[in-house]
Write a protein that binds this ligand. Structure first.
Ligand SMILES: *Cc1c(COP(=O)(O)O)cnc(C)c1O
Length: 215
């Protein structure tokens, strides 16, 4: 497994279509040592699922490298909001009012604001996180207008084993309607489809780093 080679390959696939797309290398479960070839190539955006795993892994490197941006792509619990604001540059999983209110309060206390994607449960799956499609408009307005949270865009994970296109297009339709420009969608198996549907933040792990064994 040549991680640097995989990375260059995927990046060139992406850039062949557009050079306005941010690649987030999803590094959950992998050590910094495994990520070294990509760090050496100058890549700066990484995605993590768990707050404490990310803090343990990245804190030292964040002190050395101002350009490094870590994205929380997994669930955020209200009791970890302060740690998350201090550590991450982006959170992709904002999906409920209680969390939004806590974020707004703690950002005011800390005097620090980061960027958020609102996660939408685009396939209406009971087991998935995300605000429902029906409540998304009201929730976006609540976050933007009342809480003054920096809502960067929308995020989704379409249902597995289905053609993802209609779900990606639905997220884009909601974003357009709400005046949000950024779409976090597309993973190892569907990133080209996601780009064709308007994604500009891709979250790609295994296609670059290999299979995750211990997650
Ligand atoms: C793990 C994960 C990814 C990356 O998945 P791959 O299939 O390995 O590319 C992307 N998004 C989220 C939310 C994830 O949890």
């Amino acid at each position: 497994m040549d991680v640097g080679n995989n990375y260059n390959q995927i990046l060139s696939n992406i850039n062949r279509i557009s050079n306005n797309i941010k690649l987030i290398v999803v590094s959950k479960t992998f050590s910094i040592n495994h990520l070294k070839p990509i760090l050496d190539l100058g890549h700066t955006h990484f995605g993590e699922n768990r707050v404490h795993e990310s803090i343990d892994k990245w804190t030292n490197l964040l002190k050395e490298n101002n350009n490094l941006k870590i994205h929380l792509i997994g669930k955020l619990q209200t009791n970890k909001v302060v740690e998350a604001i201090n550590h991450f540059s982006f959170v992709h999983s904002l999906d409920n009012e209680k969390l939004a209110i806590k974020i707004s309060k703690e950002e005011n206390n800390l005097g620090k604001k980061i960027k958020y994607f609102i996660q939408v449960n685009i396939g209406k799956e009971v087991q998935k996180s995300g605000i429902s499609i029906e409540n998304s408009s009201q929730f976006i307005k609540f976050c933007v207008n009342e809480l003054k949270i920096n809502i960067h865009g929308l995020m989704c994970i379409p249902p597995a084993n289905e053609n993802p296109n209609k779900f990606f297009l639905k997220l884009k339709e909601i974003a357009n309607f709400e005046g949000l420009k950024n779409l976090s969608m597309g993973m190892s198996n569907d990133y080209l489809e996601a780009i064709n549907c308007g994604a500009n933040y891709l979250r790609i792990g295994s296609a670059i780093l290999g299979t995750r064994s211990n997650f």
